[in-house]
Design a protein around this ligand. Structure first.
Ligand code: MRU
Length: 345
């Protein structure tokens, strides 16, 4: 990769600041778990697997900072760190999955000295980051087989290296297909209001020299009706036990259009995105963000002052609209409750 989404530098966690890409390529340095939580909430780092990796690193960062503290202080501050990170954003389950793994590590360390616990937490965070990249490479290889040479792939939001520890999920499939010699091109929509498509996916693919065309959010139906799209691939923030998928607002609309036009709709996600505890998509919490994101962008407001605004930033695509789920364990066609349960065994 020509860029890093998150990295350790001089004992601090540096996050590539996704609020200003591509205009500015800058890192935000975090020294505490609270700073990592604030960065996640502010969208410095975003994308389900990337949020999970950042949270795990945030716990490791806090433990390292407190490694010389008395055990009672260490444990009470760690509790606060877990709480702050868990409250950062509600929809992507990877955040809670990785915090669960870090909590298990903390518990397993028992009464060990804070310095030893901190070392174990750092190792676990590094394993979570490495496993995310490995999962993306594996799912990328499985998904690449679904794409024909010269496939024109439509994607939404950013499910790339920027949204993960590396390689990406939906864009991981594209990268793996390109690496296998397929001449794949991508069409991405802007993805209002945060513009993950226009700012992040377009930039990320340009960095790799993968052909990408930017369209606005209302254009995909037209392109589908003209036969200009061969497949849709998106990522996911949480997948319920029945296969319903929470992903960036607008995904549901694209899935309905894909079905209308007989175009395959693929969801690429690691197993850490599956929440077997939730029966169906209706139970997935949907984050609502501030009105300013819809009223304008980067300080410029174009909506009339005082207009009512809604800003749900995810929606639910029913499992019946998903042609296949692409995971590190393989491709699951027409995912349903039974197939999802089998995948997790
Ligand atoms: O609000 P965001 O940018 O965190 O939303 C991101 C998405 O919806 C992605 O599609 C999803 O997290 C998958 S990323 C591999």
């Amino acid at each position: 990769m020509s860029f890093e989404t998150l990295r350790w530098r001089a004992g601090r966690l540096e996050l590539l600041d996704q609020r200003w890409l591509p205009a500015r390529v800058e890192f935000v340095a975090c020294a505490t778990a609270r700073e990592v939580a604030d960065a996640i909430r502010a969208m410095v780092i975003r994308g389900a697997p990337a949020i999970g990796c950042a949270a795990a690193c945030g716990i490791a960062l806090e433990a390292t900072r407190l490694r010389d503290a008395p055990p009672a202080v260490f444990h009470s501050r760690m509790e606060q760190a877990f709480e702050a990170l868990a409250a950062a954003r509600p929809t992507a389950v990877n955040l809670f999955w990785s915090l669960g793994r870090m909590r298990d590590t903390l518990k397993a360390a028992g009464q060990a000295q804070p310095a030893d616990v901190a070392a174990q937490l750092l190792e676990e965070a590094q394993r979570i980051v490495a496993a995310d990249i490995a999962a993306n490479r594996a799912l990328g290889a499985h998904g690449a087989a679904l794409l024909a040479d010269r496939a024109r792939v439509f994607t939404h939001c950013n499910a790339g290296a920027l949204a993960t520890a590396g390689h990406g999920t939906a864009l991981g499939v594209v990268r793996s297909a390109v690496a296998a010699g397929k001449r794949v091109s991508v069409i991405v929509d802007e993805t209002r209001p945060f513009l993950q498509g226009a700012r992040l996916t377009a930039w990320e693919l340009q960095q790799d020299g993968i052909p990408v065309t930017l369209v606005t959010d209302g254009m995909c139906g037209h392109l589908m009706s003209r036969g200009e799209i061969d497949a849709v691939i998106v990522g996911a923030d949480r997948i319920a036990a029945n296969g319903d998928v929470a992903n960036k607002i607008g995904t549901y609309m694209i899935a309905v259009l894909a079905r209308r036009h007989g175009i395959p709709f693929y969801v690429a996600a690691p197993l850490s995105t599956i929440d077997a505890a939730l029966d169906n998509g209706g139970a997935i919490p949907i984050e609502e963000r501030g009105a300013s994101e819809v009223r304008g962008h980067a300080g410029l407001e174009w909506a009339p002052a005082g207009v009512a605004v809604r800003n749900p930033v995810f929606d639910i695509t029913p499992a019946e609209l998903v042609t296949a789920l692409v995971t590190e364990k393989g491709v699951v066609r027409a995912p349903d409750r039974g197939k999802i349960a089998a995948l997790l065994m």
